[in-house]
Design a protein around this ligand. Structure first.
Ligand code: PGA
Length: 245
């Protein structure tokens, strides 16, 4: 059985005090919620502070929004998977904003996936197409590239996030039926054990529609995760739909 997961991607938002308040409010709000893994990915500079808010082995896990693939070295400004591992469990890799603004290529994404697995982190591989299509081929192509040289036995240790770029931050969330169809198609590469998430303009109003689809194991939430009440409601709704199964 694949585990339900909700990931909050705070992107490059929050100052120190907002981050602390947001994490504390979310921690308190999700405390009674069961059956869903909840992951916060704050800006990396707040990670250890947020860890002291949520605690190790608590209701909330932590993740980073990016990392470098080398374990150490003279790479000014970069963060190694070994450093991440001390504080977090997940690493978002290949987010479309990394690909667009920082020139990350499929090759880099693949290196990072391999290196995250080696470090014992769970890579969250982001894939998605730029324009609306009937059945896009680009996400499957990106996924195959990201998984090059990754043995099938590791597929249970990764997470895939299908995020159509046209749906990210636009308010134009993708139709759940369409998402389910794409995810079904992506699973062809052998993702039976891999949680596959959807991301793109998810909020507390549309979350239940995704929760009804058994193909969708979780969500990667951007904008709505910056509002504590909104994110807590998303978590509640997901736990309600997924715990019925
Ligand atoms: P959004 O972002 O929820 O603001 O659309 C999702 C993401 O980029 O991960």
């Amino acid at each position: 059985m694949r585990r339900p997961i909700l990931i909050a991607n705070w992107k490059m938002y929050t100052r120190a005090s907002d981050a602390q308040i947001l994490a504390t409010t979310v921690r308190n709000g999700v405390a009674p919620i069961e059956g869903v893994e909840i992951v916060l990915c704050p800006p990396v500079i707040w990670l250890s502070e947020i860890l002291s808010v949520v605690g190790r082995g608590g209701r909330i896990e932590l993740g980073v929004q990016n990392m470098f693939f080398e374990p150490e070295g003279a790479y000014t400004g970069e963060i190694s998977p070994l450093m991440v591992r001390d504080l977090a469990k997940y690493a978002i890799i290949g987010h479309s904003e990394r690909r667009e603004f920082f020139g990350e290529k499929d090759f880099d994404v693949n290196e990072k996936v391999i290196s995250a697995l080696k470090a014992g982190l769970v890579p969250v591989i982001c894939i998605g197409e730029k324009k609306r299509e009937k059945l896009p081929h680009e996400p499957l192509r990106q996924l195959k590239e990201a998984l090059m040289h990754v043995p099938k036995k590791s597929f249970g240790d990764i997470v895939v996030a299908y995020e159509p770029i046209w749906a990210i931050g636009t308010g134009e969330n993708a139709d759940p039926e369409y998402v389910a169809k794409v995810i079904h198609y992506l699973r062809e590469v052998g993702l039976n054990e891999t949680p596959v998430l959807y991301g793109g303009s998810v909020n507390s109003k549309n979350v239940a529609d995704y929760g009804k689809r058994p193909e969708i194991d979780g969500l990667l939430v951007g904008g709505a995760s910056l509002r504590a009440g909104e994110f807590i409601n998303i978590c509640k709704s997901w736990s309600k739909s997924k715990s019925l199964k």
